[in-house]
Design a protein around this ligand. Structure first.
Ligand SMILES: [Zn+2]
Length: 91
């Protein structure tokens, strides 16, 4: 963070570029949630695993395993670069 940033200044989360108040930027919101196709494959360990998980992980950690939402700021250049290959596939 820059010490003299105003409340409306932004920093690109990808490249770290300073985006001054009134500058162009994009907001990226990513929601990742557990998929469910309606089928639960039940094995002998299924219930034991669920009980074990509730003992190992906090409520917050368990929630993040099935639902997570994040927000990022991108400068104009990084928006184009990111959209061209968001999953960093080899080109
Ligand atoms: Zn950037």
């Amino acid at each position: 963070m820059f010490s003299n940033m105003s409340e409306r200044d932004k920093i690109c989360d990808r490249c770290g570029r300073f985006i001054e108040e009134g500058g162009d930027f994009y907001e990226v919101e990513i929601v990742i949630k557990a998929g469910f196709d309606g089928v639960i494959k039940e094995t002998e360990d299924t219930l034991d695993k669920i009980v074990q998980d509730t003992e190992i992980y906090t409520e917050e950690e368990l929630l993040k395993m099935v639902y997570d939402k994040r927000k990022y700021i991108l400068c104009v250049r990084c928006k184009e670069v990111w959209l061209a290959n968001p999953f960093l596939k080899p080109i």
